[in-house]
Structure formats: structure tokens, C-alpha cells
Design a protein around this ligand. Structure first.
Ligand code: DMJ
Length: 647
């Protein structure tokens, strides 16, 4: 009851004037009137007043200081609905809906509210009593448990990630960070490579931030039609390099850009292969290194956008896809409307990880189907032609290459097996059978003793080797361990010979950087003879092979060759605004092509950094590199990954 209504009641009981009039107004000067029946003397009145005010104070104290007093006030003294502001427009507020729950009913002052408040208070009292009976140690343990539960709930909310993605407890794979190199000279060289990364990144940031690539001479953005109007290729491609080089500020700004700006809801025709290896691969690696949910979410979102590319009669994907309309097509120049082996064959690693991280098997199913189609086909001399028609399921032109158009298909067979913790027997067999056919039909030795991998055109050899083909040295060495036991040494040796040939292709130029393609005919060896094959666009493949050879043999010459490349890059490719490719590596003067390729940051500089790192950084037992040098963890079977491995 409101306190104000108690005062008149008291007044009437005591008689008018007893309290309301001035003290002693009728008794004169403090004299005491004779007490009649029903009348109080002044001291009695005073005592009564004291008792009553104590009672009032107690009541108010109870109302204001008991738990949930606000609810009591609003629910008991006032009608709660009356406290709510009127809805806009003065329309009556809707009554609480059925199913609004007991809390809603109590808040609305519904019939259950008083009972609830009473029950709440009783429970609180009971709990307080129980707590008081506990030993201090028990109380401390309870507090600890409560804290842990709160932390777990918070973590659970963070890990819940993107809506639709299953919760996932992030465990950073072994080797995401490594030790400093023990040798001071090696440490210094590694620092230099980090400085190169900083120069490339800072200039991209200054002149082309948010665009795909940098034009380091004209100091502006460069866009390539490979990514349609998806933006930020350099940022996504560089994320993991920034991470392993411990460039924390830069990684943070790149992550923030991805969070706020990386957008796949664009009307864009993209290259499925390029977007997969750079964007999906870059996001996956960034997730596995840092555990940041945004990367997992974006990778899966992009993977879903790529799925319509597989809507062909055979399931062999289109090369190009409009990610808004879902309409695909092939490169107009590709033989008979074919898809390209190195493109549809270079989705496997990323798509298996997309299934692993999303819990959606569709990604792995799509790439396993590619395997099935390939396994049903006859292969000329056991070789895989570069062109396959996605409608008829027939090979196009019989052109076989371990360089452009074919290269990373072979790489992904081996790495699929390694990434599956060596359970993907199918991938393994396809790889070693293919290498056998390559050795028989494509690998040759020049009269000067250089081993090279030629190209095969309908049974005729073209004695040319592309810069891209130089990755194969590292691949052969990486696969040596799984080769039949009598062939292990041979595969390492093959890797070493390819590394030597590719080093020669660098060494025989004026600028000590290798041409796009070099030949072994017309009296030359490891030299480009055609003007349109003399350029160098900051490609990584030769350095990639040095890195694998170093890790697998620890022969110091690979570090020396890698350092020669660093010096040449600094001398001829470094400019004020970043790093540029060269039009002719045989010329006396640099003619820059004015493009800083995103793979310079994701691959060339990363492989150089790894070449001068200890083997504990991204160790091969735990990581495989996608074809854009994005590290993906091995799905170890004893970590409960058996299913993904065998899909
Ligand atoms: C990269 O994008 C990848 O390595 C791809 O497999 C081939 N070409 C470039 C680098 O040269």
C-alpha cells in the first residue's frame, strides 16, 4: 500500500490535532493535560510515533532492498503496463502473446508474477543458506566451476561462427610458428626476405589497397579479368605469408579488410581455378593458421559460389563461371570447347578442406567425381592430355605438358595422398603411374647433360621447358618417399636434376632470373630463343623447387641458389613502388612490365622465407602447400578425419 495512505489513518486513530497541530498548542508552555480515556499523554504519543516510524522504515527497507525489488514495485504497487511508453502513433500495445513464457507474464504483472517473485526469493534464501554451510574451499571450487562454464559458453558462441556452419573447436596445427634460425647469417638473410615482403606490401597498401594487384611503376591498381570484379587478390593471397613472417599489424589490417570488404555477391565471370587456388586457398590457410572464424566463413561462402561450375553432363567443371547467374563456359581458345586439365585437376585439396570445415560433403563429392571420370578414360601412352570436353567426356587435342595447362593436376594427385595422411590410395596410384609415363615419354637429357621435361604433341616431342614446369623438381623429391622402394633415390635424383636445369636457365641470362620458357634445340640448352618467351613475371617455381630440395637434402647449394635469386630480384625487379616483372631477362637494361603479381607475395617470397627457416616451420609431415603456396594441414586419421580422407 502506498505509504501516503497510512498517515491519515494514523491521524484519525489518534484524534484530530494530536499530531497535526503545533506541539503543546492546547496545553500551554509544555504543561501536561490530564489523560482521559482514549487520549494519550505527550510522551506516549512520542513513543507511539517512534514505533510507527520504525515500522514504516522497515516496510520501505524491505521493498527497496530485497532482491528483485524493482519487479516488486512495478508488479505490486504499479501496473507494469502503465510503465511502458505508448507505442509510436498512439496505437495500443499488443498484449503479451501466449507462449511468451513465465518471465514475460511476470514482467507484464500477470497472475503468476507474485508467485514467481516469492519463489525466486525463497530459492535465493535457500541457496544463500546452503552456501553459508559450505566450507571455504567448496565455495571457491563452485566459483571456479561457474567461471569455467561462463568461459565455455562464450567460446561456444564465438566458435558457432557463420550461421549454417557447424561449431568447430579450433586447434592450431603443429608448425604454424617456428624457431628463429640458429645460424646468424641465415637469420640475417631471412630478415632481408621479410623486408622485401614489407616493401611489396607497403606499396600495395599505399597505391592499390583493396584492388587486385599493384602496378609498381605507375603506382596504381592493376585488375585482372581472372577474378572478374572480386577484389583484394593480393590481400587474400598474402594473408598466410604475413602470418608466418609474424607481420602482426599487417595481418590484422588484412583481416579487417576481409571482414568488411571481401564480397562475393558480385556479377562477375571468374576463372574457377584462379579463384580457387588464390582466394579459397588463401582463406583456408589463413583460417588454419590463425583460427579466425571469418576466414572459414568466407572460404565456405566462396566454395558454394563455385559449385554451379560443376553443372555439366560429366561433372567436369567449366573453366569460367558467372558467380551471380551460375552460368559457366570454357575458354574460347581451348581445343574443341574443352576444360583444362590443370584447372579442373587443381581443386581437390581445397574442396576436401571445404567439406571438412563446413560438414557439407558436396565439395569432396564434386572432386572425387572428377577422379572417377578420369579413371574411366583411356589415356594415350598412359599420359593425360591437357584438354577434356565436359559434355562428351572425351579428350580434346592430345597435347601433354607438365608445365602450363597440365602442371598442378599431377601436383594435386601426390598432395591429395599426402594430405589424406596417406590413405587416398587412388590418388597415390594415379600419381606414380603418371610419373612413370612422364619419365618414359617426356623426360630427356640434353647433350650437355641437363635433364629436362619436354612437351608431347600427338606423339611428337617439343624440346621446350616452361618456367612453370620447374615446380616438378620439388614435386618429384616430395614424392620420393612414397615411390616403390627401389625408386625412392631415383625420384630424389630426378628432383635434383630438374633443380639444376632450372638453375641453369637462370644462370644463362643477363639478369640471373629465368625466362618464361627455354629450349633444348637448335644448338641451345636452357635458353629462350623466342622473343615472346624471354620475360620473367616474378614467378616462384624455381625457388619452390630449391625450397623442397633444401628441406629434403639439406644440400647448402639450394640456399645459395635461392640467395642468387634474392640478389637478382633486388637488383632488377625492385623499384620504388614495389616489385615488377621484366620483359626480357637477356637484355642489358630492365624493361619493367609494371605488374606486381599477387603470387609474388603468396609464393615467391614465402618459399624464399621457408628456404631460410628451420624445418619446424610448416613441416611437411603436417602441412601440404596448395599450388599457390597456401599451406593446408594434413588430415591426420587419428584426429578423427578418416571419413574426409577416404571420400
Ligand atoms: C601460380 O598462380 C600458381 O603457382 C599456379 O599453379 C601456376 N602459376 C602461378 C605462378 O607462376
Amino acid at each position: 500500500m502506498p505509504a501516503a495512505s497510512l498517515l491519515p489513518l494514523f491521524g484519525s486513530a489518534a484524534g484530530p490535532g494530536t499530531l497535526g497541530g503545533p506541539a503543546g498548542s492546547g496545553s500551554g508552555g509544555g504543561g501536561r493535560k490530564a489523560a482521559g480515556p482514549g487520549a494519550f499523554r505527550l510522551t506516549e504519543k512520542f513513543v507511539l510515533l517512534l514505533v510507527f516510524s520504525a515500522f514504516i522504515t522497515l516496510c520501505f527497507g524491505a521493498i527497496f532492498f530485497l532482491p528483485d525489488s524493482s519487479k516488486l514495485l512495478s508488479g505490486v504497487f504499479f501496473h507494469s503496463a502503465a510503465l511502458q511508453p505508448p507505442p509510436p502513433g498512439g496505437q495500443p500495445r499488443a498484449p503479451p502473446q501466449p507462449g511468451g513464457g513465465p518471465a514475460a507474464a511476470a514482467a507484464a504483472g500477470g497472475p503468476g508474477s507474485l508467485e514467481r517473485i516469492r519463489a525466486d526469493h525463497e530459492r535465493a534464501l535457500r541457496e544463500a543458506k546452503e552456501t553459508l554451510q559450505k566450507l571455504p574451499e567448496e565455495i571457491r571450487r563452485d566459483i571456479r566451476q561457474d567461471k569455467e562454464k561462463l568461459l565455455q559458453d562464450a567460446r561456444g558462441r564465438k566458435e558457432a561462427g557463420a550461421p549454417g556452419l557447424p561449431q568447430r573447436l579450433f586447434r592450431q596445427p603443429v608448425g604454424a610458428v617456428g624457431q628463429e634460425p640458429a645460424d646468424p647469417d641465415v637469420r640475417q638473410r631471412r630478415e632481408k626476405i621479410k623486408e622485401m615482403m614489407k616493401h611489396a606490401w607497403d606499396n600495395y597498401k599505399r597505391y592499390a589497397w583493396g584492388l587486385n594487384e599493384l602496378k609498381p611503376i605507375s603506382k596504381q591498381g592493376h585488375s585482372s579479368n581472372l577474378f572478374g570484379n572480386i577484389q583484394g587478390a593480393t590481400i587474400v593471397d598474402a594473408l598466410d605469408t604475413l602470418y608466418i613472417m609474424e607481420m602482426k599489424e599487417e595481418f590484422k589490417e588484412a583481416k579487417e579488410w576481409v571482414e568488411k570488404n571481401l564480397d562475393f555477391n558480385v556479377n562477375a565471370e571468374i576463372s574457377v581455378f584462379e579463384v580457387n587456388i588464390r582466394f579459397v586457398g588463401g582463406l583456408l590457410s589463413a583460417y588454419y593458421l590463425s583460427g579466425e572464424e571469418v576466414f572459414r566463413k568466407k572460404a565456405v561462402e566462396l566454395g558454394e559460389k563455385l559449385l554451379p561450375a560443376f553443372n555439366t553432363p560429366t561433372g567436369i567443371p567449366w573453366a569460367l563461371l558467372n558467380i551471380k547467374s551460375g552460368i559457366g563456359r570454357n575458354w574460347p581458345w581451348a581445343s574443341g570447347g574443352s576444360s583444362i586439365l590443370a584447372e579442373f585437376g587443381t581443386l581437390h585439396l581445397e574442396f576436401v578442406h571445404l567439406s571438412h570445415l563446413s560438414g557439407n560433403p558436396v565439395f569432396a563429392e564434386k572432386v572425387m567425381n572428377i577422379r572417377k571420370v578420369l579413371n574411366r578414360l583411356d589415356k594415350p601412352e598412359g599420359l593425360y592430355p591437357n584438354y577434356l570436353n565436359p559434355s562428351s567426356g572425351q579428350w580434346g587435342q592430345h597435347h601433354v605438358s607438365i608445365g602450363g595447362l597440365g602442371d598442378s593436376f599431377y601436383e594435386y594427385l601426390l598432395k591429395a595422398w599426402l594430405m589424406s595422411d596417406k590413405t587416398d590410395e587412388d590418388g597415390k596410384k594415379m600419381y606414380y603411374d603418371a610419373v612413370q609415363a612422364i619419365e618414359t615419354h617426356l623426360i630427356r637429357k640434353s647433350s650437355g647433360g641437363l635433364t629436362y621435361i619436354a612437351e608431347w604433341k600427338g606423339g611428337l616431342l617439343e624440346h621446350k621447358m616452361g618456367h612453370l614446369t620447374c615446380f616438378a623438381g620439388g614435386m618429384f623429391a616430395l614424392g620420393a618417399d612414397g615411390a616403390p622402394s627401389d625408386k625412392t633415390g631415383h625420384h630424389i635424383e630426378l628432383g635434383a636434376e630438374i633443380a639444376r636445369t632450372c638453375h641453369e636457365s637462370y644462370d644463362r641470362t643477363r639478369m640471373k632470373l629465368g625466362p618464361e620458357a627455354f629450349r633444348f634445340d637448335g644448338g641451345v640448352e636452357a635458353i629462350a630463343t623466342r622473343q615472346n618467351e624471354k620475360y620473367y613475371i616474378l614467378r616462384p617455381e624455381v625457388i619452390e623447387t630449391y625450397m623442397y630440395m633444401w628441406r629434403l637434402t639439406h644440400d647448402p647449394k639450394y640456399r645459395e641458389w635461392g640467395w642468387e635469386a634474392v640478389e637478382a630480384l633486388e637488383k632488377h625487379c625492385r623499384v620504388d613502388g614495389g616489385y615488377s616483372g621484366l620483359r626480357d631477362v637477356y637484355n642489358n637494361h630492365e624493361s619493367h612490365d609494371d605488374v606486381q603479381q599477387s603470387f609474388f607475395l603468396s609464393e615467391t617470397l614465402k618459399y624464399l622465407y621457408l628456404l631460410f627457416s628451420e624445418d619446424d616451420l610448416l613441416p611437411f609431415e603436417h602441412w601440404v602447400f596448395n599450388t599457390e603456396a597456401h599451406p593446408l594441414p594434413v588430415l591426420h586419421k587419428d584426429d578423427g578425419n578418416k571419413e574426409e580422407n577416404q571420400k
